[in-house]
Design a protein. Structure first.
Lengths: 132, 132
DNA sequence: CAAGTAGTTTAGAACGATTTTAAAGTAAAA
DNA sequence: TTTTACTTTAAAATCGTTCTAAACTACTTG
């Protein structure tokens, strides 16, 4: 399925700007990035786009499940093109994130989900620090 | 150990402002809060403090391990007085966090920590959503 | 295809959380 | 004490992100 079809399937009009971003993000390579990182890639690809459009687009893509947003207490939002359930190592010093595939983690025991709620995804974060 | 001693032990001068905050936060009750929540509690206690001092103090307390900061992609930093390793349920709609004690989660299998790094804490986040 | 309409992009202003500034204040050391 | 280093403060600045409202464009319908 090409990117135009992916956008339509997600319920998004395949505009010029969304296609530029889809071409960068939806290439099958897993990556973590910020809005600013993406703007740099857009510029490097010979295109340009308002930062408001980049934020709109990231929000749309995320809401449609084309990308994920990483839970992180950094001051800048971090997005992830790996939309499968998976986990992360986080170096708190540098903010660097490393993917952990889902099958590398196994939970023996999970707590009871609170009354009236449904489980909507489990994320394991392993904080790491450089050895000295 | 009283709060003055806790601050000294953490390497922090027990100033008037830090004592006011310690008296609110270090009462043994686990809570999640933002800088603004804390400011309201300070005001409610009949004291007042510059917001810059509150941010300084939270950063100091966190760096000394007196409180923790929760990994969350909300736009406002969330702190936690529960400094033991533990986990959270997160309702992404409302941002509500619920503690999960460490013994309620059991990991059967953990991935290999990347070369040159040390494990610095595991956090499990279970995203939940309201049943409809 | 033409015209209508609903959704999209844009630059720039606005916003909100957090940090910086630099001056005044305070705790601890000498 | 006096000195020194650290802390607090109000206000300004910063930074990521969202809003605004006007121009634009994709899609629909005739």
């Amino acid at each position: 399925m090409n990117n135009k079809e992916k956008l339509r399937k997600a319920g998004l009009r395949p505009t010029k700007q969304r296609m530029i971003i889809a071409d960068i993000l939806l290439d099958g390579v897993n990556r973590h990035f910020t809005a600013e990182n993406l703007q740099n890639e857009i510029n490097a690809s010979g295109n340009s786009m308002s930062i408001a459009t980049i934020y709109n687009c990231l929000k749309n893509f995320r809401n449609c499940g084309l990308i994920k947003q990483v839970e992180s207490s950094k001051d800048t939002a971090i997005f992830d093109t790996n939309i499968n359930q998976h986990h992360h190592f986080l170096d708190e010093e540098t903010g660097e994130l490393i993917d952990i595939e889902n099958d590398e983690v196994n939970l023996r025991k999970l707590p009871k989900i609170p009354q009236g709620y449904l489980n909507n995804g489990v994320e394991v974060l392993i904080k790491i620090k450089k050895q000295i």
